[in-house]
Each structure stands twice: as structure tokens, then as C-alpha cells.
Write a protein that binds this ligand. Sequence first.
Ligand code: AKG
Length: 288
Amino acid sequence: MILNATKLEQFHRDGFIIIDNFLDPAFAQSAADRFAPLFRGEFPTGLYPDEWNWREGRDPDNLTRQICNGWKSDPTIAAVTLSATIGQLCAQLGGWPGARIGQDNVLWKPPGAAALGFHQDDSYCKWITPPNYITCWIGLDATSAKGGTLEYVPGSHKWGDFPPIRQFHAPDDYHEALKMAAAEVGQVPEFVKVEVPAGGCAFHAGGTWHGSGANNSTQPRRSIVAHCISSDAKFHPTNVSYIYNRYKRHNSLNMDEDFFPVLWAEDGHRTAWLDPVGNEKKIFASKA
Ligand SMILES: O=C(O)CCC(=O)C(=O)O
């Protein structure tokens, strides 16, 4: 799967692109079916994910449920977020020699669940050099403005770097940090809402401002997200992530492929323990 010149131009101009048919709809449904067991703590690999931010019976129903690095816990999630296809597209968009997974997210916004604050992904990867994500966001359900789909501010990847936001989950005003950033650079934000059928996706640059409103529909909004980094990425020499620096070796800044596998590289490398490229055919719907 290779992006054509129009899509690349759009990405560099707007900071995102939207692809209506990306995951095969039947596969999107089987991935969505994994959400309820995962958030109940049923992990087929036996491994906890790196972050597990909502648990059945413990946390309020009106929060968006989030797991980070679900690939470690569930092979169906891994089939998507560790795919060579996503790696290749992210490398192409980032102008990188290849792509690794930096982190994945499993996001479940049931009817009535609250917003997620507008932010830039790159604010959250200062523990990596270069500190840049290219993100692939996939809707497993058909998405709508009413259902709290992902929203972008076109061109906002050119506004520069801003710090992590005050409140990511269920903020009082999900535009708060965006408004402050826009005022600082003298811009008036416009919004594009990602309305795609089940299996549709969007790719965005790490600097692009994005977030999502409450789910005011009667349908769940389930998404899988792959935040890729360059295959050349290293740990930052001094900035430490209290979770992800657990995977850093002593006296080395190299990122271990056991924890940050290379999904695709232009020299043909793909981390040896991942599924071979040919196994992906039934997962993806179309050519971009
Ligand atoms: O799904 C959402 O509403 C937010 C997702 C997000 O922040 C991301 O994909 O980087």
C-alpha cells in the first residue's frame, strides 16, 4: 500500500489525511469484539498492557476507556498495530527510513461518554529522539459528529510545539488547550470531523491538534490507534518516561525490538518475531 501524490500533498498541507476504506469491515468487527473482554482484564497473552485506564466495576461509565499497548495483551490488536502496512504508510508520511511502534491505544467511547481534550501527540514523546509520532487512527464502528468522532484542526501542525494538556480525559472544556495555543499563534481554529464507515481511518502528524467530543449517539465509538516513530528513533539521553523507560537498557539509548518492533523499513527489515508481511492480506480492505 503506497500513498499517491495527492494524499501526500494533503498530509503536508493539513497535517492529516482520511481514508474511508482501510480495515476490512469483518476484521474491524472482530477487533471491536475484543474490547469488552480486554477491559474486563481478559488478556489472551497473559500480559497486562502498559496502561489500563478504565476497569469494569471500578471506574465511572461516562469516561472514555483506554488501554495503551494492547498489542502486548491481545493478538487481534497486535495484528493491526504491528502491521507492516501501517508501518510503511507512517514511514512514508514521516519521511523516515522505516517505522517502529511507539505506543498503541485501544479507545472505547460508549454512548454518554465524555470528551477527550484537544492535544498534540508530540507533547507526549519527549522521551524519544526524534520526538515525533505519525499516528494511524482507525474507527472500528462507523463514526459520526454526534458520536464523538475524532476532530482535527487543519494546518495546526505548523503552529509549533506546546506542552501536554492539563486534563486529557473528560475535561470541562475539551477545546481549552487548543484555544490557548491558537491565541498564542494568532489563528482561529477550523474543525474537520472524521466521519468514516467501520474500518475507515485517518493518519495525522504528531504536531496536529486533535481531540473528540462526548458520544451523544446510541452507538459505541471504538477505535484502535498506532502511534509510530522512526525506525532510527532512540531513547532521549535525559528525558524519562516513567512507564516506557522501563524498556531502556542500561548504558544504551537503543530501542529494543522486543518492545519497540520495527514494522517496516525501506531496506526490507521487519522485526523477526512479527508475522510475515503476506499474513496481512485479510486485514486490510483496499489500496490507499
Ligand atoms: O480517539 C480519540 O478521540 C483521540 C485519539 C488520539 O488522541 C490519537 O489518535 O492520537
